[in-house]
Design a protein around this ligand. Structure first.
Ligand code: URA
Length: 216
């Protein structure tokens, strides 16, 4: 596992909320609130790769050239359904120019392979270098779903340096799987846990993120 391409965001606010969301005593509403706070921190980190432009603005005191995110880039947030949805409200709050392109995959419980059921990424990428993609999934377990999602964008010619995987908890097995095919893709996460268990759950992890977030 190449940790150079894994950005672990472990500031105290993230750690506080990570311990809350992992705790099996935390109810679904508590998990959602804690998770959202972490997603915001991770998205701020991810946004460091966005290109800036200068824009003339006038404050009540003076006119000056302010730096701002380039409004002409195509910024796409791609949540992997269903747990990845927990990123979307925070993402469009802090990055209002982003569009949300959902990716629907579930894990076959026996093979742990992803099964597609929804793909909202039909668009062409005419200027692929102008596209910036954040694929969101709180749990990077086997990495199989994330791999499919990365491929979807990489096949459109979007540079790997413009594609970020944003997770909350990652397993070493999943990171290795992704790095086998996309060694240069950056993974932003709050934690790298110990391992996957025989059922494909991250240990210690948080259990089934979708179930805990959506109270199922
Ligand atoms: N998906 C989850 O929700 N939890 C895990 O531990 C692994 C995959």
């Amino acid at each position: 596992m190449n940790l150079e391409k894994v950005r672990i965001i472990s500031n105290p606010v993230v750690l506080l909320n990570l311990s809350t969301m992992r705790d099996k005593k935390t109810d679904s509403q508590g998990v959602r609130i804690a998770t959202r706070k972490i997603t915001r921190c991770l998205l701020y980190e991810a946004s460091k790769n966005l290109p800036l432009v200068e824009k003339e603005i006038t404050t009540p005191v003076a006119t000056f050239k302010a730096k701002t995110i380039d409004p002409d880039i195509n910024l796409i947030i791609s949540p992997i359904l269903r747990a990845g949805l927990i990123f979307t409200d925070e993402a469009i709050d802090i990055l209002p120019q982003a569009c949300i392109r959902h990716i629907g995959m579930y894990r076959d419980e026996k093979t742990l392979k992803p099964i597609w059921y929804y793909n909202k990424v039909p668009m062409e990428a005419k200027n692929p270098e102008q596209f910036y993609i954040y694929i969101t999934d709180p749990m990077l377990a086997t990495g199989n779903s994330l791999l499919e999602a990365i491929r979807l964008y990489a096949d459109k010619g979007i540079p790997i340096s413009n594609i970020k995987c944003i997770c909350i908890i990652a397993a070493p097995e999943g990171i290795r799987n992704i790095q086998k095919y996309f060694p240069d893709v950056e993974i932003i996460t709050a934690a790298v846990d110990e391992k996957l268990n025989e059922k494909g759950y991250i240990v210690p992890g948080m259990g089934d993120a979708g179930d805990r977030i959506f109270n199922t």
